[in-house]
Design a protein around this ligand. Sequence first.
Ligand code: LRY
Length: 223
Amino acid sequence: MITTLPRGLIVSCQARADNPLHGPSFMGAMALAARDGGAVGVRANGPADVRAVKAAGLPVIGIQKVFSETHPVYITPDFAAAASIVEAGAGIVALDCTPRARNGEAPQILIRRIREELGAEVFADISTFEEGLAAADWGATYVATTLSGYTEETEPKPDHPDLALVERLAARLSVPVVAEGRYNSPDWVRQGFAAGAHAVVVGTMITNPREITRAFVRSGVPG
Ligand SMILES: CC(=O)N[C@H](C=O)[C@@H](O)[C@H](O)[C@H](O)COP(=O)(O)O
C-alpha cells in the first residue's frame, strides 16, 4: 500500500493552554524548525495549529483533543473532530483506537468514515498489541504505540518507551508501525527504528521547553 508518511522522524508540535508556547504562531515556528532539522512529518492538535504547521510543507498528522469529565477518550473522539482537522488541511487523522468509553462513534466506524468520507489516512493510537491488530483489521493506515502507558491496562507508565510493543506489532502487521510515546533521546529513537518502526514520533523532548527545563533541573541542579 502506498502511504504518505515517509520513513523518518516525526515531530509532535503541541502546547496546551497553560503552556507559554500555546498557540499557532509558536507551533508553526516549531514545525519550521523541525523541518529544517530533518523531520519528515509533523503531529499537531486542533484546526488552528494544523493550519499553522502546514506552512512547513510536511505531511501533517492532525488530532483534535476533546477532554471530557465522563469519558477517558480524548484524542479525536468523534467524526466532527476528525472532519475539523481535515478541513484545516491534515491529510492524516490520528485517533484513539482503544476500546475505552467515548463520547462519539466506535473506532471501527470512525476509521471507515475518515477514509471514505474525508479521504484522509488514519493513524491509530493504541496501547496494546491486541488493539493494534484490531485497528489494522478495521483499515487503519498506520498503527502507533502512542497510548502505551496511558490506559488502565498499561499503567503504571514507565520512563522509557514501549519498544517491545513496536517489535511485536512490526513483526505481525503489514501496515506501517509508528513508535510514539517517551522517545526522549536520540538513542531511544534509534532503538525504535531497530525494533521495526516505520517512523518515530518525538514530542516533549523537542517541542516542550518547559518539560526539557524540568528534566535538566531534576538531573541535579542545586537549589
Ligand atoms: C498520551 C498522549 O496524550 N499523547 C499525546 C498525543 O498526541 C501527546 O501529548 C504526546 O506529547 C505525543 O504522543 C508525543 O509523545 P512524547 O511527548 O512522549 O514524545
